[in-house]
Design a protein around this ligand. Structure first.
Ligand code: AP5
Ligand code: MG
Length: 217
């Protein structure tokens, strides 16, 4: 099945996407991760988007739709796709709908992860990520192990994101409310929307998502 994880920065989209990859053999397509990879490898596109991302603004629709199109053309996701952080505008949502139709695929479910802004500041400023495998940690709720080795891959390369500061987070939240939250109504009207409480524990959020997916199967 093909699903979208929709929610503001820090809602837990990446955390839950990784669980679904492990449990359901799905493919995670995170436009944020793809853009950060382009920056790390120093491509022209990576250089173009760096400042925009660090400020917390949205990258152009053209760039992110192009990234998703490339992935859909090159991947073969037996267990389906998890769209994490895409779409983020109505134009992106329309483009995704067209891409899936062209592939003969459906969108099965859109999971809206509901959280409040205060929790997001705490989550984002406490986050770190394994640079080798992308495992997500949090100083308060999922700390880096005492031996400083990633529990998933054993590497010792923990990184903080350049946009994980209060100022960029404010801009990212505004971008979410202005440009992305209209997608809640868009997918509700199509009958695809399921909402979960993103403030619950990571395991409880996973259980709610599993139940929402069962209802859409
Ligand atoms: P992106 O990388 O997508 O960032 P984001 O949407 O701001 O979301 P985050 O990755 O910050 O949060 P998350 O929901 O994945 O939370 P996580 O699981 O890590 O985008 C970055 C930038 O790229 C954008 O600002 C934009 O510039 C650009 N971009 C990307 N896609 C784009 C698009 N489609 N169009 C235009 N521009 C685009 O969890 C956060 C923390 O909370 C972690 O520490 C985690 O351990 C913890 N946590 C998670 N769940 C729980 C829980 N249930 N309880 C307690 N703690 C939890
Ligand atoms: Mg993420």
């Amino acid at each position: 099945m093909n699903i979208i994880l929709l929610g503001p920065p820090g809602a837990g989209k990446g955390t839950q996407a990784r669980k679904l990859v492990d449990e359901r053999n799905m493919v995670q397509l995170s436009t944020g991760d793809m853009l950060r990879a382009a920056r790390t490898s120093g491509t022209e596109m990576g250089k173009t988007v760096a400042g925009v991302m660090d400020r917390g603004e949205l990258v152009t629709d053209e760039i992110v739709i192009g990234l998703i199109r490339e992935q859909l053309e090159s991947d073969n996701a037996g267990g389906g796709y998890i769209f994490d952080g895409f779409p983020r505008t109505l134009a992106q949502a329309d483009a995704l709908g067209r891409l899936l139709v062209d592939m003969g695929e459906n969108l099965d479910c859109v999971i809206e992860m509901q959280v409040d802004d205060d929790a997001l500041v705490d989550r984002i400023t406490a986050r770190s990520t394994c640079g080798a495998c992308g495992e997500v940690y949090n100083d308060n709720t999922k700390p880096i192990p005492a031996n400083e080795k990633c529990t998933n891959c054993g590497a010792s390369d923990f990184q903080r994101r350049a946009d994980d500061n209060e100022e960029s987070l404010r801009t990212r939240l505004m971008a979410y409310y202005k440009q992305t939250s209209p997608l809640v109504g868009y997918y509700y009207a199509k009958g695809d929307l399921r909402s979960v409480d993103g403030l619950a524990s990571m395991d409880d959020v996973a259980t709610s998502i599993a139940s929402a997916l069962r209802q859409s199967e």
